[in-house]
Design a protein around this ligand. Structure first.
Ligand SMILES: *Cc1c(COP(=O)(O)O)cnc(C)c1O
Length: 407
């Protein structure tokens, strides 16, 4: 297990802007929940492209469908009707119970559109200084507006002045929400991730979500649930808020919706469905036929193959295996999350585990410095879940044992 290994060398990339701290690994191809690097080494993929590769790699029904679409039509612009947009929008509305969808290309774009809806919702009612309530621990993207909505000071650093009009409160604290609403009568929307992803896999509690729904109805403001990471079946329901039996007014989606093809969507209920009017918002690439086909096929395959049930069942098995494998390991604070969105919080920074896991043949992520995050494809099998735990638990044990000094 701990045999010394030759660390792989980082490829030289002098022309790629250095915006990422990358592992010294380049991937060549994938199949299901497995990926291979350019040296032929195989990895079990517990990362799923950060909760993106819903159907895993090279899915046998997605690939031919996308090949057919590419040969037929990739892009046309929104000068024309794109029939696949209505197809995907109708499907998302059917699954969510909401009314209309706008399509874009990424998570931050979906959130940007949601923030514009929140502001226009205010302006439409004579509130020309609308504010949006956001939460501690939040991550909503890296555009100037969405990084301002994000709570992480590391993401703000160097990019001020931040966009104004945000009021930040602690998560799962309904008294703080009510107090902020009393102090800020211009708030037009409450905006949060149903389960915080980058913030360390922190769920909004079911009671909190239900209270937020009530409070937003009382004030006639928008409940906007960022399901960019936790949506699209990952928790075992189509959308994570469905566990609370509520509906948002605005729901940004992205990551898992195209199973790897870039896509974003904002799905709106009746209160927000008609806020945007012709000319208010748009995007060149958004809703193009290739991305729409990827969305439609992803949702259909998920349904045909029962992937929600699989995410719930295999996710519970993985969580149980992690709990068993890490029971009594000092340094493990909590194992949390739902379905195939799991976090293992340690009591110390653990970014070093990324490379150690990769060397042991497992792709993971570490977020919020101290949280190992697993967001694999929803096709993960019981055997693969057991393998993830079998690789990861001893690594974490050895890591906390070797890193004796806590910072
Ligand atoms: C990843 C993420 C985003 C940003 O998505 P991008 O596609 O990287 O812009 C926004 N919100 C949440 C909850 C996310 O996890």
């Amino acid at each position: 297990m701990n045999a010394p290994q030759v660390r792989p060398e980082a490829p030289s990339e002098p022309h790629v802007m250095q915006t990422y701290g990358r592992l010294p690994i380049a991937l060549s191809h994938g199949q299901g929940c497995w990926v291979w690097d350019t040296n032929g080494k195989r990895y079990l993929d517990g990362l799923g492209g950060i909760a993106v590769n819903t159907l895993g790699h090279a899915h046998p029904r997605l690939v031919p469908a996308l090949q057919e679409q590419i040969a037929r039509l990739i892009h046309t612009s929104n000068y024309y009707h794109v029939p696949l947009q209505e197809k995907l929008a109708a499907k998302l509305c059917e699954l969510s119970g909401l009314s209309t969808a706008f399509f874009c290309n990424s998570g931050l774009e979906a959130n940007e559109a949601a923030l514009k809806i929140a502001r226009k919702y205010g302006h439409d009612r004579g509130n020309h200084m609308p504010e949006v309530m956001v939460f501690e621990g939040a991550f909503h993207g890296r555009s100037i507006a969405t990084l301002s909505a994000t709570a992480n000071p590391k993401i703000h650093a160097g990019f001020g002045p931040l966009v104004g009009g945000f009021v930040r409160v602690p998560l799962n604290d309904i008294a703080a929400v009510r107090k902020a609403l009393a102090e800020h009568p211009n708030i037009t929307a409450v905006f949060l991730e149903t389960i915080q992803g980058e913030g360390g896999v922190n769920p909004a509690s079911i009671a909190f979500l239900q209270e937020l729904r009530r409070v937003c109805d009382e004030h006639d403001i928008l409940l906007m649930l960022d399901e960019v990471q936790c949506g699209i079946g990952r928790t075992g329901k189509w959308f994570a808020h469905q566990w609370a039996g509520i509906q948002p007014d605005v729901m940004p989606l992205a990551k898992g919706l195209g199973s790897g093809v870039p896509i974003g969507a904002v799905v709106c209920g009746p209160r927000a469905a008609k806020v945007m009017q012709p000319g208010n918002h748009g995007t060149t690439f958004g809703g193009n036929p290739l991305a729409m086909r990827a969305g439609v096929e992803t949702l259909n395959i998920m349904q045909e193959d029962g992937l929600l049930a699989n995410a719930a069942r295999v996710g519970a098995e993985l969580k149980a295996a992690l709990q068993a494998g890490l029971a009594d390991v000092e340094g493990v604070v909590e194992i949390r999350g739902q379905g195939l969105m799991l976090g293992i919080e340690l009591d110390r920074p653990c970014g070093a585990l990324l490379l150690q896991a990769a060397e042991a043949g497992l792709m993971i992520s570490v977020t919020a410095d101290r949280v190992v995050r697993l967001v694999p494809a929803l096709i993960l099998s019981s055997e693969e879940a057991a393998q993830i735990a079998a690789i990861l638990c001893p690594l974490i044990k050895a890591f906390v044992a070797s890193e004796a000094v806590k910072p």
